[in-house]
Design a protein around this ligand. Structure first.
Ligand code: TEU
Ligand code: CA
Length: 548
């Protein structure tokens, strides 16, 4: 069993999953208490977002000590118990490793900024300004300049994310040795691998060229990502550490291209085992990113899945997802979170669970959790949202309500509201004051309700996961997109030598005729339980069919 290809990943955002000590913050003990629930879904692998010491400028993606667990989440003893409990249930744990940057409160950075002569100074990128301006025009993913001026040094340091997330200088061999030590420490504890945060960014173009900011997606691809030594660094880390353990890696790949993807994940490259590309995650982003939205286009969405499957082929491997802690809830973004919330949640589940690549399910998708629309920006927590609010406020035509609507549609806090366990106060997430408000729809959308109804989304996930595990064609089969230009039908085949599946997804509330050449397949599972004619697809109807 190739566990990392045939298994199902469940992503847990620890801050929002389950609070065990009433401080309103999810924690490790809370996760331990819910492992039976996670295992009952048919999950094999848990990807845990960062739990290391951090000032939480970017909710743990700004690490100040890689060797300690943030006290908010618990102790190292709690972590050891979590790992053992996961293993006891036959599941595995991937930890989230953020080594493109650290927190500015990490000891290395505190030393680095002391003076220009100590051995930690070159752990980061320090450059002189140009006539009182930053070294170049690079901007942060979170808005504003990617350079922060340090008066004592009369120099700027690079931060592709917030100013509290200075980029590590991987050119410095000592940095690479420290990363090797960190990964060895956690692997020696027995974890099963890592999700590697923004890993294509770790090699910088040392001429720091000016960027054409008219298309930020292009800047990520051609200026920030895929730098000259990225593969050398990954091959070194794999050789020095990964190859000595029974472990696997999944990279987060902003900016990777279909041409370069197998340079990262082809087995013979000995770099990463699998990767998340993010092309479908920017499908409704305009040139200025998520807060510059454009309309969703299904044929373009289908083409992304088809062309990435083609690009990776059988040389490499992807992990397939439709949302995570950085992007809005998939049922609100790609489905219909109103009248057809249940049907479209099941349709999106069928997409994730019938594609070639390791399915990655974000916590709460299994009950169809939706975006939230807080009525005040004071209710929002995400540094990306709050940074852009400050930037947009400076525009002459700024309108607070317009911006709030943008946040409702595209903000990351949509996916960071607490897990909805039941209809009790705070949805059973906490008995304290939650760090972020719950989605008020928890009274109708919660685990308790879904477990009680066998027509629920949870049971559909369980059934689909069982079906995927019973049929290698759904894991390893060739993928063939049908009707690429159809405006509402996402139809494709998954085939191996001896089995063939047809998947029909009606991405619309409009009923539609099924093309006659698709008759004759036998239904395996569908998201409508009432019997239906084989000539039509109902609103948001999804069907998995087999050729025999
Ligand atoms: O995300 C990087 C990334 O590609 C997304 O953050 C996205 O590009 C961004 O939200 C702009 O829209 C990783 C982590 O997943 C994210 O949570 C961190 O904030 C970021 O890196 C910095 O570590
Ligand atoms: Ca807690």
């Amino acid at each position: 069993m190739t566990w990392w290809k045939e298994g199902i990943i469940y992503q847990i955002y620890p801050r929002s999953f389950r609070d065990s000590n009433s401080d309103g913050i999810g924690d490790i003990r809370g996760i331990i208490d819910k492992l039976d629930y996670v295992a009952s879904l048919g999950i094999d692998i848990i990807w845990l977002n960062p739990v290391f010491e951090s000032p939480n400028d970017d909710n743990g993606y700004d690490i100040s000590d890689y060797y300690s667990i943030h006290p908010e989440f618990g102790s190292m003893k709690d972590f050891d118990e979590l790992l053992e409990s996961i293993h006891n249930r036959g599941m595995r744990l991937l930890m989230d490793l953020v080594v493109n940057h650290t927190s500015d409160e990490h000891a290395w950075f505190l030393k680095s900024k002391e003076n220009a002569i100590n051995p930690y100074h070159d752990f980061y990128f320090w450059l002189p300004g140009k006539e009182g301006s930053p070294p170049n025009n690079w901007i942060s993913f979170f808005g504003g300049s990617a350079w922060e001026y340090e008066p004592d040094l009369d120099a700027y340091y690079l931060h592709l994310f917030t100013r509290k997330q200075p980029d590590l200088n991987w050119e410095n061999e000592q940095v690479r040795k420290e990363v090797q030590d960190i990964t060895r420490f956690w692997l020696d504890k027995g974890i099963d691998g890592f999700r590697l945060d923004v890993i294509p960014l770790i090699s910088k173009r040392l001429d720091f060229p000016e960027a054409d900011l008219s298309d930020f997606g292009k800047v990520i691809e051609t200026v920030y990502s895929n730098g000259p030594r990225v593969h050398e660094y990954l091959q070194e880390l794999n050789k020095e550490v990964f190859s000595n353990y029974d472990m696997k890696t999944v990279g987060e790949g902003p900016g990777i291209t279909q041409k370069t993807v197998n340079d990262y994940v082809a087995a013979d490259r000995k770099e990463l085992d699998m990767i998340f590309h993010l092309d479908h995650m920017s499908i409704d982003h305009g040139p200025q990113g998520r807060f510059d939205p454009v309309a969703f286009d299904l044929p373009a969405f289908k083409e992304i899945f088809s062309s990435w499957d083609q690009a990776v082929g059988d040389r490499g491997w992807l992990s397939i997802f439709l949302d995570n802690h950085d992007f809005p809830r998939m049922v609100s973004r790609f489905g219909n979170d109103g009248e057809f919330r249940v049907e479209s949640s099941k349709l999106l589940a069928m997409l994730i669970l019938t594609m070639r690549g390791t399915p990655c399910i974000y916590f709460g998708s299994e009950i169809g959790m939706t975006n939230v629309a807080f009525d005040s920006l004071l209710d929002y927590r995400d540094v990306e949202t709050l940074n852009y609010y400050e930037i947009y406020k400076q525009n002459s035509d700024f309108d607070e309500l317009d911006f709030l609507n943008l946040v409702h549609r595209q903000g990351r806090d949509n996916v960071r509201t607490p897990m909805q366990w039941d209809h009790s106060a705070h949805a059973g997430f906490t008995t304290g004051e939650p760090w972020i408000k719950l989605n008020p729809r928890y009274t109708e959308i919660n685990v308790e309700n879904d477990l009680a109804s066998d027509a629920s989304i949870i049971h559909f996930y369980r059934d689909l996961i069982k079906i995927r595990k019973a049929h290698p064609a759904l894991v390893y089969g060739e993928f063939e997109l049908l009707y690429p230009n159809h405006p509402q039908l996402f139809a494709y085949l998954r085939t191996t030598g001896d089995e063939s599946f047809l998947i029909l997804l009606n991405f619309s509330e409009d009923q539609m005729e099924i093309p006659t050449e698709l008759y004759g397949y036998k239904e395996v599972i569908g998201n409508y339980r009432v019997s239906h004619d084989h000539e039509k697809l109902k609103s948001w109807e999804a069907r998995l069919l087999t050729s025999h």
